[in-house]
Design a protein around this ligand. Structure first.
Ligand SMILES: NC(=O)c1ccc[n+]([C@@H]2O[C@H](COP(=O)([O-])OP(=O)(O)OC[C@H]3O[C@@H](n4cnc5c(N)ncnc54)[C@H](O)[C@@H]3O)[C@@H](O)[C@H]2O)c1
Ligand SMILES: [Zn+2]
Ligand SMILES: [Zn+2]
Length: 379
């Protein structure tokens, strides 16, 4: 089968590799029809994780079931399914509580597994023609009859729509709240979209990229352009000097100042400044325990200088981590099916799998107009 293989920093290639196959009785095999490139892939693509060369990327996957393991009961041949990026067993202590991002079984010795992901188990990704799906009865979301027609919407259920929603849950967003979101990438835009779905009164999205900010405005959020480094003042001005009720971090450890230099603690400390006393902060942007290629000593060890005194005195609270996609994907799927949500609005490029290298290069450069790429292995 053809697959997107990581060769080394900023180097991916589409090449023939051995076909994915059923390895356990609880697996199914899925023929991938849509698979996205994610901001999480970029940390790996840039060589800023311990991703091993030779592995297949791709954790945002949708396709058709073409083979079924002997112990699979619920999933049927030809079902159209979307897989959470998390691989979860469904029966461990964390899965039982809905915390499928922290499954204790799928990646032994660690909490949490995923397809094609650094540090999250040996599983191959789905930027390929075929994908092996473990614990398939638990992990496959079977899509409604309009699956084909709304494929570009449903594929966002694999990660970024639930992840954006998770950011708002961690922050505690409720109807009437004001929300500030750092990052207008796909995840930040989905956090803004989720806040709007939850009837937030005011949603402010901070970034420096005008094309991405324009998408935020299109869904009814207020764009806060940080090109001159004034985001904090702008948000405070928009919230009568108090800060927003809730804040979401949707950038991660590679966040930059307005001059484009990486400053890993910038968004976290800006959140402390721009969320009101007693407000909530949800952090879904990725922070990693080790970053050997970081420029400063602290960052190499995954540490940042955090304004804990301000955070404490303001009585804020914080929630972090990988999204438990399965906790939300069925409900968000119903919003899409009923025409109440259309997350495909963020897609800028729909390309055949063969053009993955070019797509990675442009998306990684945050090139104007490259907001989200969906790859189509069948084309
Ligand atoms: N927790 C999870 O489950 C989960 C799931 C998916 C993605 N993620 C993570 O979410 C983050 C965002 O993903 P994405 O796909 O949207 O990526 P992305 O890289 O396309 O978007 C990030 C955006 O943040 C902006 N940005 C950079 N510095 C900023 C700053 N100081 N203030 C405001 N904005 C700033 C960039 O200009 C960019 O538009 C990544 O770290 C990704 O790994 C986490
Ligand atoms: Zn993703
Ligand atoms: Zn589990």
């Amino acid at each position: 089968m053809k697959a997107v293989v990581y060769k080394g920093p900023r180097d991916v290639v589409v090449k023939n590799v051995p076909d994915a196959k059923i390895e356990k009785a609880t697996d199914v095999l899925v023929k991938i029809t849509t698979t996205n490139i994610c901001g999480s892939d970029l940390h790996m693509y840039e060589g800023r994780t311990n991703m091993e060369p030779g592995r297949i990327f791709g954790h945002e996957n949708l396709g058709t079931v073409i083979e079924i393991g002997s112990a699979v009961e619920r999933i049927k041949l030809r079902d159209r399914v979307c897989m959470p990026f998390n691989i979860a067993c469904g029966f461990c202590e964390n899965c039982e509580r809905g915390l499928t991002g922290f499954c204790l079984i799928a990646n032994p010795g660690n909490a949490g597994a995923a397809y094609g992901f650094a540090g999250m188990g040996p599983y191959s990704g789905g930027q390929a023609e075929l994908l092996r799906v473990p614990y398939a009865d638990f992990n496959c979301l079977v899509l409604p009859p309009d699956a084909e027609e709304k494929e570009n919407d449903y594929v966002m259920l694999s990660d970024i729509f639930p992840t954006g929603y998770h950011a708002t849950e961690l922050a505690g967003v409720q109807a009437g709240d004001s929300v500030v979101i750092y990052g207008a990438g796909p995840v930040g835009l989905m956090a803004a979209y989720s806040s709007i779905i939850k009837a937030a009164s005011k949603v402010m999205v901070v970034d420096m990229h005008k094309d991405r900010l324009a998408l935020a405005e299109k869904i009814g959020a207020i764009a806060v352009d940080d090109s001159d480094g004034s985001a904090v003042e702008q948000v405070l001005a928009l919230t009568a000097g108090q800060g927003a009720d809730r804040g979401c971090e949707c950038v991660g450890y590679q966040c930059c100042d307005h001059k484009g230099h990486e400053v890993p603690n910038l968004t976290m400390n800006n959140l402390v400044k721009t969320v009101r006393p007693s407000g909530g902060i949800g952090v879904v942007g990725v922070f990693i325990p080790e970053d050997p290629h970081a420029k400063d000593k602290l960052a190499k060890q995954g540490q940042i200088v955090f304004d804990f005194g301000q955070f404490w005195i303001k009585g804020q609270h914080i929630g972090t981590g990988q999204a438990n996609v399965k906790a939300y994907n069925r409900k968000l799927c119903k919003l899409i099916a009923e025409g109440k949500a259309k997350p495909s609005f963020i897609i800028s490029h729909e390309l055949p799998l063969d053009r993955a290298a070019e797509a990675y290069e442009n998306f990684d450069a945050r090139k104007e107009g490259w907001t989200k790429v969906v790859l189509k292995p069948g084309h």
